[in-house]
Design a protein around this ligand. Structure first.
Ligand code: SF4
Length: 528
């Protein structure tokens, strides 16, 4: 009816996979909001459903196609409902996805997340399904990395910032290099500016995301050296192309801001920004109280990174250092590029350099050919590492990876299940011991909101990333129940469990600390 107000179309974005995908999902949601849609949690009333997929594990395929089957019947009851599938699995399956699920309206890959609304519009106008998969990020298109909408919808004070896409390694079990392509780093200056904007908008915690954050910047140098036009455009050097062939590039004052100030101004004269430089730069942005990152590859954990973590107040005492296996034979078969001994040396260097460091890891159980003694070696390394937590995975063959071709060496599932349980016990033992050691301490916690299990309690995260449930009634003089989401408070730890802490609110805003490195940082140098 003319003049009648129409209610906005509604959307749901579902994420299957890792934090990188969750970040992309936030971007997708923001693009849909900018396009006039409204978020809903009820898929049955959604006009647009976007599934952002991950193909790292086999059950991701099963989950996706199962969800698509369910959506097919909803779509039949809700004419005009559009379904879009993006992410790693879309990048991998491409046309196959539309063959298996022809009711999907749009398919997009990992490099064109920013095109989701355009593709949905195209599909609506043409009445046909559309598919667009790019093989690599378009380097001349800043929108590939558009992160103005990186603020997390679950935690309004926190944001993810992608610093790098893709991976140059070739771990035998991993499909990331083939679906996300080679490493592409975002320009240093763009990242610092983005963090400044996030801080100005009220973000206090950022998590830097990359498949191998420690190699951040490596490709920037290569592209500058060869004068790749994409980078020239992105870094704002487009009018000074003559400079890209000069090795003295970093001395050009006008370029300093674009390419990064730290490693230029402080006498390092390095030809590339290091991840450590980025940590120091984003950690010094006014308003940013906490910086986290995932994940550094153990083989690339540099002393500079440890020093930057130790010396930058905002960088949290938390390190996720994926082990994957503790047997050198299995590590070699996985093509991880380190031995158990070297891994433990790097971990020891990190712990020596960073006071009160919490360490987590990833471990795969049942990699093809893993024997009892290989697994025993893993248990020994895990026990020695004394992790605060571990993400443990059962090996799952991904088509297109080397490990998937090792079918004759697959470990029987009952053997894997038994090993998995043994590993859980060893991890939980060290996690509990490390958590118990915190009892009686007063920790800084950033309030996330009421506890999901007990709404009379609040939940927050300590600087080490530990979940702490605490009583808001506090002690005399404490700011009682007035704590709100995003408040920084002080919590006394009263008890501990393997996966969380419990405590009592004892104060508001904790005093700011000044950091200094504890000991000179040395990592043994090995021939690579
Ligand atoms: S470092 Fe290995 S596991 Fe990590 S993304 Fe690259 S190939 Fe995959």
């Amino acid at each position: 009816m003319p003049g009648e107000a129409t209610s906005p179309r509604k959307f749901v974005v579902r994420t299957f996979g890792c934090q990188m995908n969750e970040h992309d999902s936030e971007r997708i949601a923001s693009l849909l909001v900018a396009d006039g849609l409204e978020r809903t949690t009820d898929v049955s009333e959604a006009d647009v459903v976007v599934l952002n997929t991950c193909c790292i594990r086999q059950n991701a395929d099963d989950k996706l196609y199962g969800t698509l089957g369910h959506l097919k019947s909803l779509q039949a009851e809700h004419p005009g409902m559009q379904i879009a599938v993006g992410g790693c699995l879309a990048q991998k399956d491409r046309d196959l996805l539309l063959e298996r699920a022809p009711h999907v309206n749009a398919v997009f890959g990992t490099h064109n997340v920013g095109r989701v609304t355009a593709l949905l519009g195209q599909a609506r106008e043409s009445g046909e399904s559309v598919i667009e998969i790019l093989e690599a990020p378009r380097l001349d298109d800043g929108s590939e990395f558009a992160t103005a909408m990186a603020v997390r919808s679950d935690l309004p004070y926190a944001a993810w910032v992608t610093i790098q896409m893709g991976c140059d390694n070739s771990c035998a079990f991993c499909i990331v290099p083939s679906v996300r392509g080679p490493e592409v780093s975002r320009p240093f200056g763009d990242l610092v500016r983005e963090v400044e904007q996030l801080a100005a908008a009220g973000t206090v915690e950022i998590t830097l995301l990359g498949q191998n954050v420690n190699s951040y910047g490596r490709d920037l140098t290569t592209r500058l050296r060869v004068g790749a036009p994409g980078l020239v455009h992105q870094t704002g050097l487009v009018h000074q192309t003559g400079l890209v062939h000069q090795t003295g590039l970093v001395h050009q004052t006008g370029l300093v801001h674009q390419t990064g100030q730290r490693w230029v101004d402080e006498g390092a004269r390095r030809p590339r920004p290091l991840f450590a430089d980025l940590l120091r730069a984003v950690g010094s942005v006014e308003g940013i109280r906490r910086v986290r990152f995932i994940s550094p590859h153990p083989k690339d954990l540099r002393p500079e990174t440890i020093a930057a973590m130790a010396e930058t107040e905002a960088v949290c005492e938390q390190l996720h250092l994926p082990l994957q296996a503790g047997s050198d034979r299995v590590l070699a078969a996985m093509r991880r590029g380190y031995t158990a001994e070297r891994y433990l040396e790097r971990l020891a260097a990190a712990r020596a350099g960073i006071e009160d460091l919490a360490v987590s890891t990833d471990i795969i159980v049942g990699f093809p050919g893993e024997t009892d003694s290989d697994f025993q070696a893993t248990l020994e390394v895990v026990a020695e590492a004394e992790y605060d937590s571990a993400f443990t995975f059962i090996f799952s063959p991904r088509p297109g990876t080397r490990a998937a071709e090792m079918a004759e060496d697959f470990v029987p599932s009952e053997v894997i299940a038994e090993r998995f349980e043994q590993l859980r016990i060893v991890v939980e033992r060290s996690a509990l011991a490390r958590h118990r050691a915190r009892i009686g301490r007063v920790e800084e916690a950033l309030v996330e909101g009421p506890s999901k299990k007990d709404p009379s309690m609040l939940t927050g995260r300590t600087r080490q990333g530990k979940l702490v449930h605490f009583s808001p009634s506090g002690e005399p003089g404490a700011p009682a129940a007035s704590s709100a989401v995003g408040d920084m408070v002080q919590v006394r730890i009263d008890s501990a469990a393997p996966h969380h802490l419990r405590g009592t609110l004892v104060g508001g805003e904790p005093p700011r600390r000044h950091r200094a490195p504890r000991v000179p940082i040395r990592i043994p140098v090995h021939a690579s």
